[in-house]
Design a protein around this ligand. Structure first.
Ligand code: SF4
Ligand code: SF4
Length: 335
């Protein structure tokens, strides 16, 4: 496994990190095997969040026993000082740790959240206090809106930045990477497979790692995925011309009108789980799992035919997706 420096944190992190969302789907025991495998293959950067149900608990159960040389990152949606201080405490307790290597302000998604976290009684104040007291070692931010992340890096308060980047999601990435370079901010890439839409994981990871990023964190919930992803961290990075063509073909196949599962469109006043509908539709269309996708869809309590066409979701979608039309199409296929 190759290692890169995570900006001015100075941490030497594996090129391939571990995204902690998918382990929510598997048992504690299965998660333990997956996490141990990742460690055995040289992965030393693990990312989770307060909001990922039992992901912190599952990671903590293994990582607190193999703490040396391992870097644990988590994050909280708290916007106030009080809430953030409480969440840091909860993360430490849940994972059974004395300190957390990196604590991130999760999903700073609009100007209001930005002002809140930076304010006198904002989340950042709690993070700085926790860093002074040794409860956390470094402070970072995550989000999808690149202009806000650039603004935060300019304040000099965040040591890392985490955002989605993959071959179909390249908007404003150059600008973020330039600012990260100027401010020596560590770069953590999330959603490297475009929320599961990208089939060829290896090509996508290699494409991302050709850029000046510190670590890319695909989510993993099986030993095979860990092996496949970890192998990228020791194999060749530069894509051959044939591989670049294959990548471009996949980009063209996906187009731009697909859901990245950022969840900004939620909540829908009718209770439609929009990202779940699109996830199942993706399985139906792209993964040859038609029967499985239909079964899961059948079990959804509220289906897209409950849509009132209010349009609120479309106003919130950062990718300007025609959600109402897409929901109708998905319902026709899955219903
Ligand atoms: S347009 Fe339909 S899916 Fe979107 S928020 Fe309104 S009711 Fe929900
Ligand atoms: S529909 Fe848009 S806002 Fe909703 S999860 Fe998908 S990409 Fe995100």
């Amino acid at each position: 496994m190759r290692y890169r420096t995570l900006g001015r944190t100075g941490l030497k992190v594996s090129e391939i990190g571990f995204g902690g969302i998918p382990i929510q789907r598997i048992s504690l025991e299965e998660a333990g095997a997956v996490i141990n495998k990742a460690l055995d293959l040289g992965i030393n950067f693990f990312d989770t969040a307060r909001g990922y149900t039992d992901s912190e608990e599952k990671l903590g159960a293994v990582l607190r026993k193999r703490r040396d040389g391992v870097f644990i990152a988590t994050k909280s949606m708290a916007r106030t000082k009080e809430e953030m201080a409480a969440d840091i405490k909860k993360s430490l307790e849940t994972m059974g740790l004395d300190y957390i290597d990196l604590y991130q302000m999760h999903n700073v998604k609009d100007r209001e959240s930005l002002h809140q976290v930076l304010g006198k009684d904002g989340a950042l104040a709690a993070l700085k206090e926790a860093r002074e007291n040794g409860l956390i070692r470094h402070i970072g931010v995550t989000g999808h809106i690149k202009s806000l992340l650039i603004e935060l890096m300019k304040t000099g308060e965040v040591e890392t930045v985490q955002f989605p980047f993959n071959p179909v999601e390249t908007n404003d990435v150059r600008e973020v990477l330039e600012m990260a370079g100027k401010t020596d901010t560590g770069v953590i890439v999330m959603k490297p497979l475009a929320g599961g839409a990208f089939k060829n994981a290896t090509l996508s990871l290699r494409y991302i790692l050709e850029h000046p990023v510190s670590v890319v964190i695909p989510g993993m919930d099986s030993l095979e995925q860990v092996e496949e992803n970890a192998a990228v961290g020791s194999g060749p990075l530069q894509l051959s011309s044939e591989e670049r063509i294959a990548l471009e073909e996949e980009v063209a196949r996906l187009g731009t009108t697909f859901c990245r599962r950022c969840e900004y469109c939620q909540p829908c006043p009718q209770g439609i789980d929009i990202p779940m509908v699109f996830l199942l539709d993706g399985y139906y269309q792209r993964y040859d799992l038609k029967g499985w996708a239909r079964q899961r869809y059948e079990r959804m309590k509220v289906k897209p035919d409950a849509c009132l066409e209010c349009g609120e979701c479309e106003e919130r979608c950062p990718y300007s997706l025609p959600i109402r039309r897409m929901l109708k199409e998905a319902h026709t296929r899955l219903g």
